[in-house]
Ligand binder design. Structure first.
Ligand SMILES: [Ca+2]
Ligand SMILES: [Ca+2]
Length: 270
């Protein structure tokens, strides 16, 4: 009996671990500063990158990435993905990115950008997925994307790039970054879950989104591997049919979002 109990616990723990496996080190800027510097990150532009703890509050943990005073500021972390080279060179490897951005409430606000640069063994740039500029000041804006790794890629160079438009501080902020092998579906702050399903999946013509409970103001978006929004729809019914016949074959993310919940599922278009 004891053996079974331990085995089940191990399965549950490893399942959680797999879901939460984050390739980014110090992803929420919560590690203690070392000699005034943010551990695991390098200052590419500007030398004032630090932790900020309030105004606004962090999305997660005790602090978030703050560029300081430099008019343009860029912070980087390089992730080695050489272990995935077989899948990458076959053209079948996807990585999933989630991050939160926000700016200080001033007009015009400063801006945040996130560049995810795939580089080869010699560090040559193969593809850059660029997100931004973002100037959202009222909430932490969540960004989700699936990234198709270009053949030959061995490194992902993540760049946080902020531009100051107002005042003495550069206020393009970042928090709770995630890069992994599966979409980040649940996040701890979210209390409610829609538990939506999509069928058929894979599909070649249309999909049905089934939702057990309705959340007023829910919005559905379908994103391609480059993070572009291709479909955007308000969801007001338990069952919604969406025509995807014009989308090229491939992997997409279906995101359902309202103010208290974000859920993301993978969809394959045949
Ligand atoms: Ca944080
Ligand atoms: Ca500012």
């Amino acid at each position: 009996m004891k053996t079974i109990y331990i085995f089940l616990l191990a399965v549950i723990v490893s399942g959680l671990d797999l879901q939460a496996q984050n390739l980014i080190l110090n992803p929420g800027c919560d590690d203690t500063l070392v000699d005034g510097n943010i551990p695991h990150w390098q200052e590419i532009i500007g030398n004032n990158w630090t932790q900020r703890i309030a105004s606004p509050d962090p999305q997660g943990g005790n602090s978030y990435f703050f560029p300081g005073v430099a008019a343009t500021a860029e912070l980087a972390q390089v992730i080695d993905i050489a272990d995935d080279s077989l899948e990458i060179d076959n053209g079948t490897k996807y990585y999933y990115f989630t991050g939160y951005v926000r700016a200080y409430a001033q007009s015009p606000p400063d801006e945040s950008n996130i560049f995810l640069q795939f580089r080869d063994e010699g560090e040559a740039l193969l593809t850059s997925f660029n997100f931004g500029p973002y100037t959202q000041t009222q909430i932490w804006l969540r960004i989700d994307s699936a990234l198709s790794a270009p053949p030959g890629a061995r490194k992902i160079d993540i760049r946080l790039h902020s531009v100051r438009h107002n005042g003495s501080n550069n206020d393009g902020y970042y928090d709770e970054l995630y890069l992994g092998n599966s979409p980040l579906v649940g996040i701890p702050e979210i209390k409610q879950h829609a538990n939506f399903t999509i069928y058929p999946n894979p599909s070649d013509g249309s999909i049905t989104l089934a939702l057990p409970g309705l959340f007023p103001g829910s919005e559905l978006t379908i994103l391609n591997a480059e993070g572009q929004q291709l479909v955007r729809r308000e969801i007001t019914e338990h069952f919604t049919v969406i025509n995807i016949s014009t989308l090229p074959p491939g992997i997409y993310l279906v995101k359902l979002q309202h103010e208290k919940m974000v859920e993301v599922k993978k969809m394959i278009k045949k």
